[in-house]
Design a protein around this ligand. Structure first.
Ligand SMILES: C[S@@+](CC[C@H](N)C(=O)[O-])C[C@H]1O[C@@H](n2cnc3c(N)ncnc32)[C@H](O)[C@@H]1O
Length: 270
């Protein structure tokens, strides 16, 4: 768990470049699924003041903001280099501000209508109580939360190709917490949230554009290599890049990236 917590403490140029590219690409992929989830779950469209916890380079925030007219956003992140990139991306925008701070230290001037957090709880899995106590402070009564997190991937590989197995093992063991999504509803309930809804997502080459999917797989492997170089070596990465260029391999492969959206509302003040 310590390794996972430390993943985003790196701020060297090589790390920031690979992560920045991955986040930018990932936010494009997420766009369609976010829209679908927001629609299907009846997530409120009239939110005005919004917080994004773990906003990274600000690309995902930009796409999300576009779905909520007249909303103003605050993005917070512990990584000073990523938040700098977010500031550059949104330069000149009056209704977006960024703060380089940990979620555990942030004290907003006023509570928000909604809080978003995507693929960030993964890195805070050993401080779930602290996180949900903070969330309570961040939100107005009746305010909405929106999470997206990914899930354990190992079981979703067929056949058990050694290259993919090594990638999934490194992701699950070192990079991300594979069981986070199923824990979120429990914590929401514990901290008095209502209308908790869970919306699973599976992303693979059969339900998305295959080129987009294989590009995603490549980015996931590159980012895993830089985050966990001892567990996922440069040779591992090269082997994977080699097989995903092979048409025959692609035809026979099944590998699902899975995840879930979770939305809920903070209970009204008693
Ligand atoms: C996988 S990225 C997700 C970025 C963005 N939300 C997205 O969907 O593209 C996780 C982000 O959480 C940030 N993070 C990790 N621990 C944090 C903490 N304690 N407080 C604020 N941000 C944190 C990292 O720096 C990183 O930018």
């Amino acid at each position: 768990m310590d390794k996972k917590k430390a993943v985003y403490q790196r701020e060297d140029a090589g790390f920031v470049r690979v992560v920045d590219e991955f986040m930018t690409y990932q936010s494009q992929v997420a766009n369609t699924y976010d829209r679908r989830a927001i629609e299907a779950l009846g997530f409120p469209r009239n939110i005005k003041r919004v917080l994004d916890i773990g906003c990274g380079n600000g690309h995902h925030l930009k796409n999300l903001k576009a779905l909520f007219p007249d909303s103003s956003w605050v993005g917070i992140d512990i990584n000073s280099q990523l938040i700098k990139k977010a500031g550059q991306l949104h330069e000149g925008s009056k209704d977006v501000t960024f703060k380089n701070i940990s979620v555990f230290d942030y004290k907003p001037d006023a509570p928000f209508d909604a809080v978003f957090s995507t693929i960030t709880l993964q890195y805070l899995a050993d401080r779930m109580d602290d996180f949900f106590k903070q969330l309570d402070l961040f939100l107005k009564p009746g305010g909405a939360v929106f999470f997206f997190e990914s899930e354990k991937s190992y079981n979703a590989i067929y056949p058990k190709n050694p290259s993919l197995v090594r990638l999934c093992a490194a992701i699950d063991q070192v990079v991300m917490d594979p069981c986070i999504t199923i824990r979120i509803p429990h914590y929401l309930e514990k901290y008095g949230f209502k209308d908790i809804q869970y919306y699973p997502l599976i992303f693979n080459q059969y339900n998305a554009d295959p080129d987009l999917y294989f590009k995603y797989l490549e980015y996931a492997a590159r980012v895993t290599q830089i985050m966990a170089p001892a567990e996922y070596t440069a040779e591992d990465l090269n082997a994977l890049l080699h097989i995903i260029r092979d048409k025959e391999f692609k035809k026979g492969m099944i590998y699902n990236f899975s995840g879930a959206y979770v939305v809920a509302k903070k209970g009204a003040a008693s």
